[in-house]
Design a protein around this ligand. Sequence first.
Ligand code: NAI
Length: 423
Amino acid sequence: MALLLLTKRGVTMDLLVKGEGRIEWAARRMPVLSAIRHRFAEERPLEGIRLGACLHVTTETANLMLALKDGGAQVALCASNPLSTQDDVALALRESFSIEVHAQRGVDNNTYYRHVRAVASTKPHVTMDDGADLVAALHGETSQWSSEVMAGTEETTTGVNRLRAMAEDGALRYPIIAVNDALTKHMFDNRYGTGQSTIDGILRATNILLAGRVFVVAGYGWCGKGLASRARGMGARVMVVEADPLRALEAAMDGYQVGSMEEAASVGDVFVTVTGNRGVIDTRHFGLMKDGAILANSGHFDVEIDVEALAGVARRSPGVREGVSEYEMPDGRRLYVLGDGRLINLAAAEGHPAEVMDMSFANQALAVEWLVKERPALENRVYGVPLEIDREVARLKMLAMGMRVEELTESQREYMGSWKMGT
Ligand code: NAI
């Protein structure tokens, strides 16, 4: 018994040390957030604010929580997906940094929502979401704890879509800043972050060679563009499936083969959905797919591949590799679903690299500071990130990367602002 306890403590200590080390590793790659954290520690702009956060519990999120705490906020954190929590980070945040965390990797849906409710029960003044689950809870079954919420922020496209729908229905009860709408967020995080980390997740789960494979990307939004370009960079033959004609055209002129999912289904080796929509790959497509096809999702919710429908027609054997489920179709073809159809970059890898989360989370921290100051003037709707915050994040990032931005001369400024000067 004593030996068992010792071993358990040893494992816990190992996990704690690992979490601390990885949080520090990320911190060193997040210079913009670090600069904000230092300023926050001096100015304490969030003094007295209770902040409830529902975000992927990763090393980068840990650094955001620490910045907010140093700014004076009392922070409670839960996960924004049952498979994205890094347990070493959750432990280190609790034990070494005294932050309230309700998250554990791989919990079932009931526990996941119990964790969301636990954060809601801290009666936050400000909410911070990635997918709008906390906002939804505070507008629904936990609305008894919502009386003191004054504002919130939202990190991702799907969350912003949900919140805009709530605002349109007149259901939104407090103002939200759509951090995803900042240029220094979606142009970099969604494109380069999701692009790289989605490939990372697929490779960690499968160890396949991408060169020469037909790699189907569903959705040519910010995430899809990044993913398609990274897959092409590794030698895959990329095909894009897109519902919006403008974006489909863009994909075609970017040099990709473009077609419907029905066309892609029979030729693809690897399929990745990143649309924010449901049923993108479903029973219309499973029957057409090649033996050995690999299916992954990087969109926010696990609704893009209809895994339930697949399970209805095929025999599932989990555990073929960690994070890979094999589905044997009645005719003997085998399809492989990665990470149960949950966002693969977090289910099988570590999410976005810290360098890019530096900008997203700098926006989060500055947006909270702005909301706390501006709240009295705001209506219950979804706001973009103020342009001055976006520009400041870009300026600080360039500075941190040691690159200079060209200064316009007085005459250039005058020329750009004038309509009188022609040929
Ligand atoms: P976006 O709105 O820029 O692009 C989505 C694209 O998918 C649109 O062009 C839309 O026309 C297309 N689309 C919708 N339904 C489709 C269908 N059935 N077939 C083909 N195309 C379809 O959105 P963004 O920013 O690229 O985000 C996509 C998803 O990824 C969202 O759920 C977002 O929350 C999530 N996301 C995930 C991240 C991750 O770490 N895995 C990071 C950032 C965003």
